[in-house]
Design a protein around this ligand. Structure first.
Ligand SMILES: [Fe+2]
Length: 218
C-alpha cells in the first residue's frame, strides 16, 4: 500500500498492520542475539519480565537493530504522519514471561498519557495467549478526545487518567471490546497510542518478545 494510504488509515483508525511479515527471517536471526543480550543486562523494572529502553535508533548504527529501524519506509510514514520528521524517537525492547508479579500499566486497557506513534515488531510469534497486542477497533478518535481532556485536567503525570475500566467505567468499554493482533515472528504494525490498547499479559508457560520504535513530535 502506498505511504499516503497508510498514513490516512492511521489518521482515521489509529492502526495499520502490514500484511506480510516485515522483517525477514535472516534479519530476525541477526537481531535476536543482540536484543536478548541487551534485555539480559537491563535493570529496568518490569512486572511482566524484562524491558529495556535503548535510545535513539541512530545510536545503533551499525547493527542489525539499525538495519531494520532505519528503513526509509518507516521514516517516510512517521514524517508524513507528523507533517515533518518527528524530533523524538526511542527504541524499547520487552520480553514477557511472568504473570504472577502483578499487573503492569500496559496490561490495563488504556490510551497512553503521552501521545506517541509506535512501530511494533513481533520478535516471536504472538497470539492471544502469549501477550499479543490487543486494541479496541474504532476507539482512536474517542481516545484523542479523552486524552486531550485528561491532560487539560492535570499536568501531573501520575494523575493523568488513562485506564478505561478504572477511570472511565461509565463508557462501558472493557477488554471484552478488544481484539488481538496476532501474527508470526517478523510482523510489523503501526499504531497511535490514542487507540485503546493493552498487551503483554501472558498465560502460564508462554512468552513473547517485541521491539518498538516510538516517535513523537515535541
Ligand atoms: Fe500503551
Amino acid at each position: 500500500m502506498a505511504i499516503d494510504e497508510i498514513v490516512s488509515e492511521l489518521h482515521e483508525n489509529g492502526i495499520y498492520k502490514f500484511q506480510t511479515p516485515f522483517i525477514r527471517t535472516e534479519e530476525i536471526k541477526r537481531l535476536r542475539p543482540i536484543t536478548r543480550e541487551v534485555l539480559k543486562k537491563s535493570k529496568d523494572e518490569y512486572l511482566f519480565g524484562d524491558a529495556a529502553r535503548i535510545g535513539r535508533y541512530e545510536s545503533w548504527n551499525p547493527s542489525p537493530i539499525y538495519d531494520i529501524l532505519s528503513k526509509p519506509l518507516i521514516h517516510s510514514i512517521a514524517a508524513k504522519f507528523y507533517n515533518s520528521p518527528p524530533s523524538f524517537n526511542e527504541i524499547f525492547l520487552t520480553h514477557e514471561y511472568k504473570n504472577d508479579a502483578g499487573m503492569e500499566r500496559n496490561g490495563f486497557l488504556h490510551f497512553d498519557r503521552i501521545p506517541t506513534l509506535k512501530f511494533f515488531f513481533y520478535l516471536s510469534d504472538c497470539n492471544r495467549k502469549n501477550g499479543a497486542f490487543h486494541y479496541v477497533p474504532g476507539s482512536y478518535k474517542i481516545g484523542t478526545q479523552l486524552r486531550t481532556a485528561a491532560l487539560a485536567r492535570t499536568d501531573e503525570y501520575g494523575k493523568i487518567q488513562n485506564r478505561l475500566e478504572i477511570d472511565y467505567p461509565d463508557l462501558g468499554i472493557t477488554k471484552k471490546n478488544a481484539v488481538p493482533l496476532e501474527g508470526p515472528v517478523g510482523t510489523m504494525f503501526i499504531f497511535h497510542t490514542d487507540l485503546f490498547h493493552y498487551g503483554g499479559t501472558v498465560s502460564d508457560d508462554s512468552e513473547r518478545e517485541i521491539m518498538r520504535l516510538h516517535f513523537r513530535d515535541i
